[in-house]
Design a protein around this ligand. Structure first.
Ligand SMILES: CC(C)(COP(=O)(O)OP(=O)(O)OC[C@H]1O[C@@H](n2cnc3c(N)ncnc32)[C@H](O)[C@@H]1OP(=O)(O)O)[C@@H](O)C(=O)NCCC(=O)NCCS
Length: 155
C-alpha cells in the first residue's frame, strides 16, 4: 500500500505543480498546454483565494507528487488531478481520487478527460465514474480539436 495523504494546498507547493505541468507527455495526455510561470501562478492564486474550491496536495512518503481539485462550473461540481510523471504507474491517482471521494459528499461529481487519456479514464472508472457524454469540450480546453469525455460519479 502506498503511504499517501492529502492535505490542503499551500503556496509553497506551487513551484512543484508548475514543474509537473511543463512535461510534454503530461500536457499531451491532458490536452492542456503548459502555462507560463506567470500564468500558472496567477491561475493558482485565483484557486487558492476561492473558498468554493477544494484543493489538495497529494503527498507520498512526504514527497509532493501532485494535486487534486474540486471546482464548480455552470452549477455542477468537477474533479481534476495531476500527478508528476516521476510518480506515474504506481496507483497514486487511483488512491488519491478514492480518498478524495470519501472526503467530499457532493454528488453527482463530474470529470472531463481527453478521449485519448486512457490512464485518466481508467482511474476515473476504477473510482466509480461512468461515461455520460462524449465529444464534449471542457470549458477551459484550448485545443478545440481534442475530443473530450464527460464522466459522472453518483456513488
Ligand atoms: C492520468 C494520471 C493522473 C494517472 O496517474 P497514475 O498515478 O499513474 O494513475 P494510476 O497508477 O492510479 O492508474 C493508472 C491506470 O491507467 C492504466 N493505464 C496507464 N496507461 C494506460 C494506457 N496507455 N492505456 C490504458 N491504460 C493505461 C494503468 O494500468 C492503471 O490501471 P490499472 O491499475 O488497472 O493497471 C497521470 O498520468 C497524470 O497526472 N497525467 C497528466 C495529467 C492528466 O492527464 N490529468 C488528468 C486530466 S483528466
Amino acid at each position: 500500500m502506498i503511504n499517501m495523504i492529502l492535505r490542503d494546498v499551500i503556496a509553497d507547493d506551487l513551484p512543484i505543480f508548475f514543474e509537473h505541468q511543463l512535461d510534454p507527455e503530461a500536457t499531451e495526455m491532458a490536452a492542456f498546454p503548459p502555462r507560463t510561470r506567470e500564468a500558472f501562478m496567477a491561475h493558482w492564486a485565483r484557486l487558492l483565494a476561492d473558498p468554493t474550491l477544494i484543493k489538495q496536495t497529494i503527498l507520498v512518503d512526504r514527497h509532493i507528487v501532485g494535486n487534486i481539485v474540486c471546482y464548480p462550473d455552470a452549477g455542477s461540481m468537477y474533479v481534476g488531478y495531476w500527478i508528476g510523471k516521476h510518480w506515474w504507474g504506481q496507483g497514486i491517482a487511483t488512491q488519491a481520487l478514492t480518498a478524495f471521494l470519501q472526503q467530499i459528499a457532493v454528488r453527482p461529481l463530474y470529470a472531463y478527460a481527453a478521449k485519448h487519456n486512457l490512464a485518466s479514464l481508467r482511474v476515473l472508472q476504477k473510482c466509480g465514474f461512468t461515461i455520460c457524454d462524449e465529444g464534449t469540450q471542457h470549458p477551459d480546453a484550448q485545443a478545440t480539436e481534442i475530443d473530450e469525455v464527460l464522466l459522472i460519479c453518483r456513488v
